[in-house]
Design a protein around this ligand. Structure first.
Ligand code: AHM
Ligand code: MG
Length: 336
């Protein structure tokens, strides 16, 4: 039988043998993984655990929160605030940053997360997930502010997501490729099931919410029209479409077999932003996709180079197989 490598062993080796992560970052990633395990248990209970349906609240972007959005947010905060690795956290579900309380030691990292991505799929038993991003707190001074979080995605020291699907899979990068771990429920442990994941550079599969076609900008329409034209069209091949409406699940498919994912800006949005959040969704996914040999842009610019202005800022997202992302980006630049 081949040797099972646990998440702990993988992270210890990243720290000790490769010097890629500090002991604090290793601890932080282990704690996030533990929190994801706990969220997975709630997700799996579903109606039996009374966790489905909406809560009475709205988040900072005016979206109605689901009970599981709130539960997952609390699990991540409670798991992470006392360990000593973090200075503060920011979440898609919280208006302001959550500074680690004084009673706990202050660490040097900042954690950002979308606690439960794909909210519209919770109640219908379709894959959902948690997305996270880790930054280093800048400067030596004590205390932490919102501005400390406003770093470009290329500064991330780690990122990952957990998909709660038929299997529970944790995907992590610390900047040295992408590793996937599957949760062994009997053992309660994460087992390395794929290392150095690679996204094929070409694909015949696209992922976009087609119901928004009438709102799209010309370059997006051009790209999708060409895909839809199939073998007879300029691309000379047939394309397939998949849209799960959970970014985590759509990106996971792309990491597994290639594809392009787009949530472009569309004409309903005055500010040239998209729907997805830069800090909680686009940056961590952009980092992971690039580490797997793919690409991620907002149609014009590399996602990881965008200088954030606000914590909850939205952004257009085009990511996945490199040659397709470059094509969509070129169509945008041609049209500019
Ligand atoms: P959420 O963080 O509130 O769940 O929203 C983000 C989700 C993404 O996971 C997904 O790609 C997109 O919203 C789906 O949007 P739509 O409902 O327009 O298809
Ligand atoms: Mg989300």
């Amino acid at each position: 039988m081949s040797r099972r490598i646990s998440l702990t062993q993988y992270l210890v080796e990243q720290q000790r043998d490769h010097g890629r992560i500090s002991p604090q970052l290793r601890l932080l990633l282990e704690v996030v993984a533990r929190a994801c395990k706990s969220i997975a248990i709630s997700v799996n209970k579903g109606a039996l655990g009374g966790v489905l349906g909406t809560a009475e609240t709205e988040n900072v972007q005016g979206e109605v929160q689901k009970k599981l959005d709130i539960i997952a947010n609390e699990v991540l905060i409670e798991a992470n605030e006392w360990g000593g690795a973090l200075a503060a956290m920011a979440s898609e579900e919280m208006d302001a940053i959550h500074v680690v309380p004084n009673r706990y030691p202050q660490g040097e990292y900042l954690l950002l997360f979308d606690p439960l991505d794909g909210s519209s799929n919770i109640d219908v038993n379709v894959s959902i997930g948690t997305i996270f991003s880790v930054l280093k707190k800048p400067g030596e001074q004590a205390g932490v502010s919102t501005e400390d979080f406003l770093q470009a995605g290329r500064e991330q020291v780690a990122a990952g997501y957990c998909v709660y699907g038929p299997q529970t899979t944790l995907v992590i990068t610390v900047g040295a490729g992408v590793a996937m771990f599957t949760l062994d429920r009997e053992q309660g442990s994460w087992v390395l099931t794929e290392d150095q994941v690679r996204i094929p550079e070409d694909t015949k599969e696209f992922s976009i919410n087609m119901s928004n076609v009438r709102h799209w900008d010309a370059p997006v329409k051009r790209y999708i029209d060409e895909c839809l034209a199939g073998k007879e069209g300029p691309r000379g091949k047939d394309f397939n479409m998949r849209w799960i409406a959970s970014m985590v699940a759509d990106v996971h498919r792309i990491l597994s077999r290639g594809g392009i994912f787009m949530y472009p800006w569309d004409k309903r949005e005055p500010h040239k932003a998209g729907k997805l959040r830069l800090m909680y969704e686009a940056n961590p996914m952009g980092f992971i996709v690039e580490q797997a040999g793919g690409a991620a842009t907002n149609g014009r610019q590399r996602i990881l180079d965008i200088a954030p202005e606000q914590l909850h800022q939205r952004v257009a997202v085009v990511l996945g197989s490199k040659n397709e992302v470059e094509r969509v980006t070129a169509y945008h630049l041609d049209a500019a």
